[in-house]
Structure formats: structure tokens, C-alpha cells
Ligand binder design. Structure first.
Ligand SMILES: [Zn+2]
Length: 54
């Protein structure tokens, strides 16, 4: 299962979520630190580091 890095917009913490790609974007990801669902995906942790698109 791939890991995805999310960032909580409320407490600004990064955390990894193991989620099937088909589920990505369907379920709200809760911050394990504060429980907020105001989270955004940062990067796919399993993929090679390439050029970042902003
Ligand atoms: Zn949080």
C-alpha cells in the first residue's frame, strides 16, 4: 500500500497515510494530531523525488 504525505492546515504537522489510490480523495483524511479534516496531500512518499510542481 502506498503512503501519502499529508499536511494538516490547522496544526501544520505532516503525517503519512496509507491509502489505496482508489480511495484517495474519497475519504476525508483526519489529522492524527488534532483530528482536523482540514488536510492537504503534500506528496507521494513512495515515489522518487523529482522536480516539484508548484
Ligand atoms: Zn492537525
Amino acid at each position: 500500500m502506498p503512503h501519502y504525505v499529508f499536511i494538516c492546515q490547522d496544526c501544520k504537522k505532516e503525517f503519512e497515510v496509507v491509502q489505496h489510490i482508489e480511495d484517495l480523495g474519497k475519504k476525508p483524511v483526519e489529522c492524527p494530531s488534532c483530528g482536523s479534516r482540514n488536510t492537504t496531500q503534500a506528496a507521494a512518499a513512495f515515489s522518487a523525488v523529482t522536480s516539484k510542481k508548484s
